[in-house]
Design a binder for this molecule. Structure first.
Ligand SMILES: [Zn+2]
Length: 68
């Protein structure tokens, strides 16, 4: 299969870079809610995308997850 985000060869829907980024995003979400209070998943992804410290993989993954 090809990664749905970048088109690289992938074992599943996403390549290992984007799988890793997705797992990190999901793992960090509860911490964001804890730090900033109530925050929806979509709003969280928006914040991730706008964060200058967010890496390219995570940005692309957040974009992809929003389109889900
Ligand atoms: Zn990918």
């Amino acid at each position: 299969m090809k990664c749905l985000i970048c088109g690289r060869d992938a074992a599943g829907e996403l390549c290992r870079h984007h799988v890793e980024a997705k797992e990190k995003l999901q793992a960090a979400y509860p911490r964001w809610v804890e730090a900033y209070g109530e925050m929806g998943w979509a709003e969280y992804l928006d914040n991730v995308k706008r964060n200058v410290q967010t890496g390219q993989w995570a940005k692309e993954t957040a974009e992809f997850l929003q389109g889900d």
